[in-house]
Design a binder for this molecule. Sequence first.
Ligand SMILES: Cc1cc2nc3c(=O)[nH]c(=O)nc-3n(C[C@H](O)[C@H](O)[C@H](O)COP(=O)(O)OP(=O)(O)OC[C@H]3O[C@@H](n4cnc5c(N)ncnc54)[C@H](O)[C@@H]3O)c2cc1C
Ligand code: SF4
Length: 325
Amino acid sequence: MNDFRIAQPKTVDELAALLTETTEKTALLAGGTDLVDELKTGVATPALVVDLQTVAGLAGIARDKDGLRVGAMTRVVDLAENADVARDFPVLRQAALSLATPQLRNVGTVGGNLCQRPRCWYYRDSLVPCRKKGGYNCFAYQGRSKYHGIFGGQGCFIVFPSDLAPALISLGARATIGGGRADKVVPLEEFYILPGVDVLRETVLENGQFLKDVRVPAPKPGQKGAYVKLKERGAWDFALVSAAVTGVVSGGALAQVSIVMGGVAPVPWRLKAAEDVLRGKTVTAALIRQAADEALKEASPLRENGYKLDLVRAALKEAVLAVAA
Ligand SMILES: Cc1cc2nc3c(=O)[nH]c(=O)nc-3n(C[C@H](O)[C@H](O)[C@H](O)COP(=O)(O)OP(=O)(O)OC[C@H]3O[C@@H](n4cnc5c(N)ncnc54)[C@H](O)[C@@H]3O)c2cc1C
Ligand code: SF4
């Protein structure tokens, strides 16, 4: 582990000022379940670690008529156990409960989950200078690609590992970005960027910025949701493929539907083509097959991950049927 200094700002203003003024290579520390591993292995080498635990006002869940505000420092366990989340946003509760282990949910935060770094084994090896670390090659492309993406690769084939991100995007959540002159609010879907935009980062966050909160709009009448996570192991694991579906059934048909997959692309991957097939129709197994066929036209599996095509079909079917039931 490299030496680094720690700063512990007390307020959001102090945090913003510190991040604006510093010229050092900086990392933000939330629960540390991901960052500390990167520090120990030398994948992350900041000169300054900024501890968000000491910043007042970044944690907490608040409900009003417009929806839910979830502070970035809210622990995953608090999201999973929140009564408003359980009642109004089942897709989010299911995603939170599927995440890692009780111990990690007790420590890990929502902001850390949404900003976590990729799990690609080449990226996580500090001795491998792949494109994501400023090198010239993607070693997964010709190498071991079992856990990599089938959509949106653009020279780096990571999958974005968060369980919360697909669920929140399916709910139409927005992200508040702090730092700089004023807060900025963007749809969470647009918070993530593809490697073709910048292979070195996964989000729009620039130096000096941080995720402040996410806001989930109030549920529409009759809104339902389901999160299906397919894993290699029965115990804790990252998703091989996951499907977050939020929809409204009216008159027996799926009047509105939003589908976001995890584990398949460098960003949470919206299946707009599948949504177009399903919208306004009565759901049947044949219609879901047709929706999956449309969505998978865009897929380009690597040498070892063609099996994900079948998993996309299975996760999509299970989640859509749960919402349409
Ligand atoms: C064994 C294990 C299993 C896991 N399983 C899962 C799983 O099944 N599903 C899943 O989704 N995740 C999983 N994770 C990943 C991750 O640790 C958790 O998702 C956790 O919620 C991350 O939160 P944290 O607060 O610990 O983040 P940290 O480790 O503190 O931070 C993670 C990253 O986000 C950045 N960051 C943190 N907060 C902010 C902020 N407010 N603004 C900007 N950047 C920020 C940090 O700088 C760092 O780069 C797992 C991790 C481990 C070690
Ligand atoms: S998939 Fe991305 S992170 Fe993994 S080796 Fe290729 S460039 Fe590096």
